[in-house]
Structure formats: structure tokens, C-alpha cells
Design a protein around this ligand. Structure first.
Ligand code: EPU
Length: 417
């Protein structure tokens, strides 16, 4: 299994390009199931989760071609299977995003239920509740969600909590349902907005995306479209944390600062000097970061997907930070590993108290999820001595060529195969 070797203590200098957002690309690839025409996508990141999704779609009969420069062309004119098997779903929970599109276009779907995962239980009851409200007959059988409907009907759906992929699944299903669907307590994340924009380009009638009330007037069919995936705000935030922790001066290109309000706000609070244009960010850091407390919440609040990285930054800060994780019940797996590098962190339930130390020392560390692994890379870049991050297949799920981008900024980082 691949590892990363990092020689810490080198300030980061230079310019990199941010990739398209994983969490926008995943639902948008699944939206390709909603039409028999071609969906052409640009800025699709080259990630393991994208490969898994394409493999899943191809197994159903989707014609999927990856071209150079992040373009993917999809054509779902010969779908012969409406099933998502356990082997694929267990490696990537986002596979549940085929449920809404399959049911809406083909009237049936059989999707393996994802199990619990490293960061929490993550049930999909709200996806099921919403589709049932739209008239689907759903049963759980042999570990699969088995759903059928002649044609979905529009419905008023209030989800018990804000769910990102739940909102996306229901929005895709409602696009082809008969009549009007109103999603209340909908997720406002930029990735949900990006999906809504693709669906609109495909002929869907959607209003209110980006707010907590999305109204969808179902149409009989959707057509092909071309779309560029929104930049990855979490990848961009991760690189900014790396500069804030290791010091230096970097420019990020092809980024969307308008989607990064809470992240930029916290990093500025930590002492990172930030300048932004429409699609670029320049950031520099001198000296030690300041402690910055935060609570994770739904967009536009501070994202849970940045919690581990900003915690890594706080381990080196002047002062004490209080961090509360409100979205997932078990998203502190990086804490023990950061402590092995010399961090001072106390956990009490959902709250972590991080007392900054002047220096971390390199160690061999390992994490069991994507963002936790990113936090260990950040700690390694700032630490004294050598850090080895093991099991980096987690990183490869969500960061495109992370080590190459860090090398371009002068970091001493190597992938060991
Ligand atoms: N929840 C339920 N029932 C449901 C759906 C959600 O109880 O039917 C709970 C979850 O267990 C969680 C909360 O609601 O406690 C919010 O979960 P949500 O459904 O919003 O998460 P998700 O859609 O499964 C997406 C991202 C995650 C990101 C979360 C929160 C994708 C593919 N994944 O997951 O991304 O952390 O939203 O913003 O969009 C990552 O990229 O590292 C990642 C984990």
C-alpha cells in the first residue's frame, strides 16, 4: 500500500490549480442516468471515488468516456441493469446517489445499503422517506434497498435533518416526477447548487437551490448538456491550511472563493493573510498561527470536511481552541495520531480542546478516512523531522495528485509505492 514520506519544516511557495469538486462531480455523474442524451462534463477530478462511480455506471450499461483535461462524456441510452452491487457501494457510500435517478427514469432500482462507515453510522433513511413520499414502493431485502414506482409523483418533503446527498437524490428524482416537489430543510451546499445547475441545463425546472427550500416542477424527459464542475472548496481549504501551518506564500488558481466564506474567515482568524479575486486566492503566513475555535455545521457554516485540517493547524497555534463536531458522531480519528506527533488535544464527546504546542515532531501515522489523512499531511509538513503517512488510498479518494501539488509548492514529500 502506498505511503507518503514528508520531510517537515519547509515553507510552501508557489502556485497550484485547484481541481473540480469531488462532492459535486459524484452526484452529477449519477445525473447522467436521467437522460438518454450525452452529458459532457469538464473539470471532473481524477480521483479514486470518481473511478468507482464510473465503474458502477458502466456496469449498468452507461457509456462513459474519460478524455484528457478532466472531460467525461456520459451516455445512458442502453442501461440494462438498475442495480448497485455491495462490492462497489461498500467502498463508496455516495453510490446511493444512483437510487433517485434510476427510480425516476426506469421505475425501479436495487441499491445495496451502505453499512456504517469510519466517521459515523450514516443511515440513508431520509433518502428512502423522501422517495416513499413520492410514491415509490420501497423494501429492504437481502441488504438492498429495492424500490419501484410506475412514475414518481411530486410531494412536499421535510427531511428530519439537513442531508447533502439526500437533497441531491430527491432533487434528481423530482426532476422527472409528475408534478411539483417541495424540499424543505434542503442542503444549501455549493455542490447541491452545482447539481441543480446541471439539471436545469438538462431541461429540469428547479428554483430555490442554494436555499433551504427547493421547488422542482417535474418534466417528462431531460436532454443532454455540457457543464463545468465547480472548484473543490475543501481541496482549496486544505492547501490553505497547509500554508497556514508550514508558513510561506501560495496562489491558488481555478478556485471559487465565493463558496469558501466560513473557511476563509477561520483561516484569517488564525493569522493567514488572504487576498481573493473571482477565481484565485493568494495567501501568506509568517510566524505562528493563532488558536481559532469553531463548530461544524451545514453550509454556509463551517464544513465538517475541514474540521480535521483546521484542527491540525490549531495543534501548533498560540492559545487554546475549542472545536465542536456537530455533523458526524465519530469524526475525531485523527486526534490520536496528531497526539503521537506531540499535539495536546482532549476530547469530551463532540468537543475537542486543542492547546497549541510550539512544535510537532514527525512520526509514522495512519488514518482511516479521507479528511483525517489530509490533517496528518498538514501536520507532517509543519512538523520537525520525517513523517510517514500510511494507507494514503484514503487521500487518493478525494485529492487529485496531492503530493505533486505540494511538491510544486516546494514541499519535500514523496509517494512510496
Ligand atoms: N443522516 C441521517 N439520515 C439520512 C441522511 C443523513 O441520519 O438519511 C445524517 C448523517 O448520518 C449525518 C448527517 O445526517 O450525521 C449529515 O449527513 P449528510 O447526508 O449531509 O452527509 P452525506 O450526504 O452522506 C456529504 C459529503 C460528505 C460530507 C457531508 C456533510 C458527498 C458525497 N459526501 O455526505 O463528504 O462530510 O455531506 O457535509 O457529498 C468527504 O468528502 O470527506 C465527505 C465525507
Amino acid at each position: 500500500m502506498d505511503k507518503l514520506h514528508i520531510e517537515g519544516g519547509v515553507a510552501l511557495e508557489g502556485e497550484i490549480t485547484i481541481s473540480g469538486a469531488k462532492n459535486a462531480a459524484l452526484p452529477i455523474l449519477c445525473a447522467g442516468l436521467l437522460t438518454a442524451d450525452t452529458l459532457a462534463l469538464d473539470n471532473v477530478p481524477d480521483l479514486r471515488d470518481i473511478g468507482t462511480t464510473l465503474a458502477l455506471l458502466q456496469r449498468m450499461g452507461m457509456h462513459a468516456e474519460r478524455e484528457t483535461g478532466g472531460r467525461v462524456r456520459l451516455r445512458a441510452d442502453r442501461i440494462h441493469s438498475q442495480e448497485a452491487p455491495y462490492e462497489l457501494v461498500k467502498t463508496m457510500r455516495a453510490s446511493i446517489l444512483v437510487l433517485g435517478p434510476l427510480l425516476a427514469r426506469f421505475g425501479q432500482a436495487r441499491v445495496s445499503l451502505p453499512g456504517g462507515c469510519a466517521i459515523g453510522q450514516r443511515p440513508v433513511d431520509q433518502h428512502i422517506k423522501g422517495l416513499a413520499a413520492m410514491g415509490a414502493r420501497i423494501r429492504i431485502e437481502h441488504g438492498f434497498v429495492v424500490a419501484q414506482a410506475e412514475r414518481l409523483r411530486g410531494a412536499s418533503i421535510l427531511t428530519d435533518m439537513v442531508t447533502v446527498t439526500g437533497t441531491e437524490n430527491l432533487m434528481m428524482a423530482a426532476a422527472l416526477a409528475e408534478g411539483r416537489t417541495v424540499l424543505e430543510n434542503a442542503a444549501c451546499e455549493p455542490e447541491v447548487v452545482d447539481l441543480a445547475e446541471v439539471l436545469i441545463a438538462m431541461g429540469a425546472r428547479i428554483e430555490g437551490h442554494g436555499t433551504d427550500r427547493i421547488v422542482i416542477e417535474g418534466v417528462d424527459s431531460l436532454h443532454g448538456a455540457t457543464h463545468r464542475i465547480v472548484p473543490d472548496r475543501i481541496e482549496a481549504g486544505t492547501f490553505l491550511c497547509a500554508v497556514a501551518a508550514a508558513g510561506g506564500r501560495v496562489t491558488l488558481r481555478d478556485v471559487a472563493p465565493r463558496t469558501m466564506g466560513a473557511i476563509l474567515d477561520k483561516l484569517a482568524d488564525a493569522g493567514l493573510a488572504i487576498e481573493c479575486g473571482e477565481d484565485w486566492i493568494r495567501a501568506s503566513m509568517d510566524g505562528r498561527p493563532r488558536a481559532t475555535s469553531f463548530r461544524t455545521s451545514e453550509y454556509p457554516g463551517f464544513p465538517t470536511d475541514m474540521q480535521a485540517q483546521v484542527m491540525a493547524l490549531n495543534t501548533l497555534a498560540e492559545g487554546t481552541a475549542v472545536i465542536t463536531e456537530n455533523i458526524f458522531e465519530n469524526r475525531y480519528m485523527h486526534v490520536q495520531e496528531l497526539c503521537r506527533m506531540g499535539a495536546d488535544i482532549d476530547i469530551d464527546g463532540h468537543t475537542a480542546v486543542v492547546t497549541g504546542v510550539p512544535e510537532l515532531s514527525g512520526a509514522t501515522v495512519m488514518a482511516t478516512d479521507l479528511r483525517a489523512s489530509a490533517s496528518l499531511v498538514i501536520a507532517g509538513l509543519a512538523a520537525r523531522g520525517q513523517t510517514t503517512v500510511e494507507r494514503i488510498y484514503h487521500l487518493d479518494r478525494g485529492y487529485e495528485r496531492m503530493e505533486a501539488k505540494l511538491q510544486a509548492l516546494g514541499a519535500r514529500i514523496q509517494r512510496i509505492r
